[in-house]
Design a protein around this ligand. Structure first.
Ligand code: ADP
Ligand code: MG
Length: 258
């Protein structure tokens, strides 16, 4: 059985992409077959895994094939990373898709239809969402079995989280009755600062009884910041670091929740 997890938060810079890469690479280390989907026109996931920006065959081409009802090879866009994780890449041209989807019938289901064609090949499909709640994110949440929400423990985080949870509820009601919340993950956590502790507590008190909050939090570390430009996961860049340990623990929590 393949599980599709969307990594989403409309706020930028909360470690969606970093979490997609390291959760994905970590699941591969646990023996799972994993493909990561870059659903952000910024293409950070594609760049973060060391692939170029000017690829011709991308998520956009695959979604266009679905929209036009063409016969095509759904694996044509798949890239293989040296750590064993696969990728459906994107670049800035995907921004056009976010717009053009508005005129398509069943516009929220295009990504789902595409990913259905890949499910036999993988144990996990992780979708790295863009920092907005537009058509592409709607497509990701409609295609997903669950949504994992990275949250940086800052003062305004609780506010943004409330908005996102409303959208998730709406999608659950209208488009995807199977959508679950995988959990809230605290990222870039300044663990020893009272401010971070306070902000985590607010979210735990507000949501903790209804929504899983991962036990493991991801600390703010230099090596996790550095991996972005290295084209590899934290396991390949600095496998003995705190960041690597914390993402491995996250992998175990995700596996338990299968
Ligand atoms: P998003 O995809 O939500 O916009 P990113 O994953 O791109 O967020 O992370 C934003 C920035 O923060 C990137 O430069 C990334 O390298 C850095 N970063 C992510 N996680 C950590 C962390 N735990 N510690 C330090 N820097 C981090
Ligand atoms: Mg990102």
């Amino acid at each position: 059985m393949c599980k599709v997890i969307a990594i989403a938060n409309q706020k930028g810079g909360v470690a969606k992409t970093t979490t997609t890469i390291n959760l994905g690479a970590g699941l591969v280390k646990s023996g799972k077959k994993v493909v990561l989907v870059d659903a952000d026109p910024q293409g950070h996931l594609t760049m973060g895994l060391g692939f170029p920006k000017n690829l011709k065959v991308t998520l956009k081409s695959m979604m266009e094939n679905i929209i036009m009802g063409l016969e095509f090879d759904p694996k044509e866009a798949i890239l293989h990373h040296e750590e064993g994780v696969d990728l459906i890449p994107s670049n800035k041209l995907l921004a056009g898709m976010d717009m053009s989807l508005f005129t398509v019938e069943d516009r929220e289901k295009v990504l789902k239809e595409y990913l259905e064609l890949l499910k036999d090949e993988y144990d996990y499909i992780l979708i790295d969402c863009m920092p907005s709640l537009g058509m592409l994110t709607l497509n990701a949440l409609s295609a997903a079995d669950s949504v994992l929400i990275p949250v940086q423990p800052q003062y305004y985080a609780a506010d943004g989280l409330m908005e996102l949870l409303k959208v998730v509820k709406g999608i659950h009601q209208r488009f995807n009755p199977d959508l679950q919340i995988e959990g809230i993950l605290f990222t870039m956590d300044n663990c020893r600062y009272n401010n971070a502790k306070r902000n985590k507590q607010v979210i735990k008190t507000t949501y903790g009884s209804d929504i899983r909050i991962f036990e493991q939090t991801i600390p703010r570390t230099e090596s996790l910041a550095e991996t972005a430009s290295e084209g590899v996961s934290i396991f390949a860049y600095d496998g003995k670091s705190k960041g690597a340990d914390s993402y491995l623990e996250l992998v175990q929590e995700v596996l338990k929740h299968a």
